[in-house]
Design a binder for this molecule. Structure first.
Ligand code: SAH
Ligand code: SF4
Ligand code: F3S
Length: 454
């Protein structure tokens, strides 16, 4: 039996896959260990979304090469998106890599790890269909013990059928596959019974859940509400990521009606310029994006909306960039995740357009947008001083154990003095009053008379 150290890069979907992989490996009798030093197998769950994500894995692998060569029995493996995209070539190129397994094949990990003990073969499994029987990401739910504390993640769909011109995800994750609603609900329920208080439903393009079937994401929220409402425990339900083209008024209305649905959407705009959006093949223009944003705020008063942006997309002029800046300045986003364009091999953008915005200029645009979002954050924070907020208390802050942290349903982080009753309040909703605010954190106290809400 092996001692396995699993290192995860990339998005929440990858983190969830790591939990599923760890569960499968533990089920086969292996031990998951917390440090590289005590491991005899280091497994990387990799990301390909930008070049940097791939380079970081390659450099970690190279650092482990001497140990791989000196220590008999020590092994190195890859799973995840980079493994899917380039695993076969990496196995050829890197003699110290023992196996690579793609995003829809990691159910085979126990078998692969067992094979490592025999011979010197190098193992690769790629491709496949997400709904293949036994795929741990999409198959029937088991009452899993895998959730990490208060936050449980459930995959509701995998893959993506969009073809945003810059994006590698459709290649690394394959086409859209939705899980059956009752499986999703059963898994969410199992997580809540195991202690989760907040469930996040995950999908690359989650608004397209069972698109055209007559039972979409809004119905799924209602189903989960009904299935879990008898079990004390579920306090919040979120879902990510929303595509502006597929998000519907019906979904927004379901969020408003379902008291435990977080009033929070992650709906990436990517750019504020129509020309850039067209070259990105996003399927909407600025006016349509603004219209969706207005719709969300109309249906769900006070909704927090977070966005992603790519700066330095091929051909992005100063005027294009200023249109994006204007969108950030005027939209009151809860948060903006900003990325510098990184050409991905084989994507339409990498094939058709030169990466013509200089790195220094990408960096500048990145800084300017971050500063604009920072101003939005500060204004919002200042406006919240003196108001009351409800947070899901998480317990002592990792940075300062004398203070607690919690999150609002819009995902704002609040810091506050520990409640008198102490640890039993972690995982419950508390009413706080905001005393002061920085860009990313609200400093609060327990609201007078604001005991835990039922
Ligand atoms: N499915 C989600 C997220 C995909 S990846 C969605 O469609 O919104 C997360 C973010 O990474 C994207 O929203 C985009 O902003 C960014 N991204 C994707 N490909 C990129 C690339 N080639 N270069 C830079 N950023 C990229
Ligand atoms: Fe990539 Fe676009 Fe699909 Fe998101 S919607 S995963 S950005 S192709
Ligand atoms: Fe996620 Fe990176 Fe893959 S963002 S889907 S792990 S390419």
């Amino acid at each position: 039996m092996r001692k396995i150290h699993l290192i995860t890069f990339g998005c929440q979907m990858n983190k969830l896959d790591s939990e599923l992989a760890a569960e499968a490996l533990a089920g086969a009798g292996h031990a998951l260990v917390a440090s590289e030093a005590e491991a005899d197998l280091v497994l990387f769950n990799t990301c390909s979304v930008r070049d940097r994500a791939e380079r970081r894995v390659l450099s970690r692998l190279a650092q482990l090469r001497p140990r791989r060569e000196a220590e008999p029995g020590f092994r190195l493996g890859l799973m995840g998106c980079f493994a899917e995209r380039d695993g076969a070539r990496l196995l050829e190129r890197l003699p110290y890599l023992d196996f690579a397994v793609g995003t829809r094949q990691f159910a085979r990990l126990p078998e692969i790890v067992a094979r490592l003990d025999y011979g010197r073969e190098r193992i690769g499994f790629f491709g496949g269909r997400a709904e293949a029987e036994g795929d741990p990401g999409i198959g029937p739910a088991s009452p899993r013990k895998r959730h990490s504390g208060l936050h449980g993640f459930v995959s509701v769909m995998r893959g993506c059928d969009n073809r945003c011109s810059y994006c590698i995800v459709p290649e690394t994750r394959g086409g859209e596959v939705s899980r059956p609603p009752l499986e999703v609900a059963a898994e969410a329920r199992a997580l809540v019974l195991a202690g989760a208080r907040e469930i996040t439903l995950l999908g690359q393009n989650i608004d397209a859940y069972r698109k055209g079937s007559g039972f979409g994401l809004a119905d799924l929220l209602r189903l989960i509400d009904r299935e879990i409402s008898g079990d004390a425990g579920l306090l919040r339900l979120r879902f990510v990521t929303s595509h502006p083209r597929d998000i519907t008024r019906e979904l927004a209305a379901a969020v408003r009606e379902f008291p435990r649905a977080a009033r929070h959407f992650h709906m990436p705009a990517q750019s504020g310029s129509d020309g850039v959006l067209a070259r990105m093949r996003r399927g909407y223009d600025l006016a349509a994006y603004r219209e969706r944003l207005a719709m969300l705020r109309e249906e769900v008063p006070g909704a927090a909306v977070a966005s992603d942006f790519i700066v330095g997309f091929p051909g992005e002029t100063e005027a294009d960039f200023l249109a994006t800046l204007d969108l950030v300045e005027r939209s009151g986003f809860q948060n903006s995740f900003i990325f510098k364009y990184s050409p991905r091999p084989g994507t339409p953008a990498a094939r058709d357009f030169a990466d013509d915005v200089p790195e220094e200029e990408k960096r500048r645009r990145n800084r300017v947008l971050l500063a604009a979002q920072d101003r939005v954050n500060r204004e919002r924070g200042a406006g919240l001083i003196g108001t009351r907020l409800t947070v899901l208390a998480e317990g002592p802050s990792p940075r300062d154990p004398d203070r607690w942290i919690g999150r609002t349903d819009g995902n704002l982080i609040c810091v506050f003095p520990p409640p008198v009753q102490g640890s039993d309040r972690a995982g419950s909703l508390l009413e706080l009053e905001v005393l002061s605010a920085s860009s990313l954190t609200l400093f609060c106290r327990l609201a007078p008379g604001g005991a835990a809400k039922p």
